[in-house]
Design a protein around this ligand. Structure first.
Ligand SMILES: *Cc1c(COP(=O)(O)O)cnc(C)c1O
Length: 363
């Protein structure tokens, strides 16, 4: 695979259109100059002033008392799970959740949690209050698992960037709390849900004890996430972050980019519009596409590896998730890139054997 290293936006028509993830964006000039000018301290010894400013701003945005910068979203999630779970405790999460599928099982071997995946019985990416109540009931004998935590994900990545609406979220979180569970929200793309719904992000965090949000996905920071909750949780999270090797020194250089990233929340509406155009175009070309709610387009194909290879040969990079081909729109794309991607992918071929095949690459 060609490595892609660049410091500027590629010109459509010459470079592959990279739709593998919204993490591939490079920092803007504005981020780079904010990083160069950042006021810094030693965040392990004291508290780096720019990291503090970022943490306070994120906490206000998502409606928590406190927040802590982490190098990655995975670290934010594992810190929260370590704080919530004792060895052998069960935790619930919607099937396909990032904590279940994409964090190397750390929820189990680092946080000691016994995972239970819940079916999406309330729509793609969503679980119902009833399902949570049923899963959380602990009326069995002493050797039954103790269910301690519900871990939600909004938007749900593997389900195709699907949104849980505020009322649905509040009902599920309330059911979990009533059943004695703590609630963690993996809000890697909570910004996308908020923009698509036209609500402040804090509306989507009602009833949660802790949450994790990413600055390096749609918002385009080069590095960084924030894990958040009560002041007591964040004090413990700081210890856990250090334990995991995530205590950084002059982190203000990175946090400065995160502060600029937070000015780019409204821009996500562009990514959503482009994902919709991409999905419509693929549908017109005969592909079996799920209608995107945010910036993730899932395509159902017979042969994933073969399709990814053909896309790549045609100049479109995609990835695989949950048995589908995933195309993600992001800040470093233009309208012309979407047009080019549709042109390059072209119509699906439906030969008589019923197996979906792409037309040979044009380039
Ligand atoms: C990307 C992502 C994360 C964290 O990812 P990092 O690559 O560790 O920053 C967590 N949850 C979801 C749903 C994600 O998409």
């Amino acid at each position: 695979m060609r490595p892609i290293t660049r410091t500027h936006r590629p010109k459509a028509g010459t470079e592959p259109v990279d739709l593998r993830s919204d993490t591939i964006t490079v920092p803007t000039q504005q981020m780079r100059s904010a990083m160069a000018k950042a006021e810094v301290g030693d965040d392990v010894l004291d508290h780096d002033p720019t990291m503090r400013a970022l943490e306070e701003r994120v906490a206000a945005l998502i409606g928590t008392a406190a927040a802590l910068w982490t190098p990655s979203g995975s670290m934010g999630n594992i810190i929260a799970l370590m704080a919530h779970l004792d060895r052998g405790d069960e935790f619930l999460a919607p099937a396909g959740a990032h904590v279940l599928e994409a964090e190397l099982g750390t929820a189990a071997w680092l946080a000691g949690g016994m995972p239970r995946a819940l079916e999406h019985d309330a729509g793609p990416g969503k679980v119902s209050p009833d399902a949570v109540r049923r899963a959380a009931s602990t009326t069995g004998p002493y050797y039954n698992l103790r269910t301690k935590l519900l871990c939600l994900e909004n938007t749900h990545n593997a389900a195709g960037g699907t949104i849980t609406a505020p009322d649905e979220h509040a009902a599920v979180a309330a059911a979990a709390r009533a059943a004695g569970l703590a609630v963690h929200l993996d809000g890697a793309r909570i910004w996308h849900a908020a923009v698509a719904l036209g609500v402040p992000p804090a509306v989507l965090t009602v009833g949660v004890d802790t949450l994790q949000v990413c600055l390096s996905k749609g918002l385009g920071a080069p590095v960084g996430s924030v894990v958040a909750g009560s002041a007591e949780f964040v004090a413990e999270a700081r210890r856990l972050r250090k334990m995991l090797g995530g205590g950084v020194r002059q982190g203000g250089v990175l946090a400065a980019a995160g502060l600029v990233a937070l000015d780019r929340i409204d821009r996500l509406a562009e990514d959503h519009a482009r994902a919709a155009r991409l999905a419509d175009g693929l549908h017109e070309r005969g592909w079996q596409v799920q209608r995107p709610q945010t910036n993730i387009v899932l395509v159902t194909v017979a042969d994933i590896a073969g399709t990814l290879r053909r896309f790549d040969d045609a100049g479109v990079r995609a990835s695989a998730i949950a048995g589908k081909v995933r195309l993600v729109t992001h800040a470093d794309l233009t309208e012309a890139d979407i047009t080019a991607a549709l042109d390059r992918i072209g119509p699906i071929e439906r030969p008589r054997d019923g197996v979906s095949r792409m037309r040979p690459a044009r380039r």
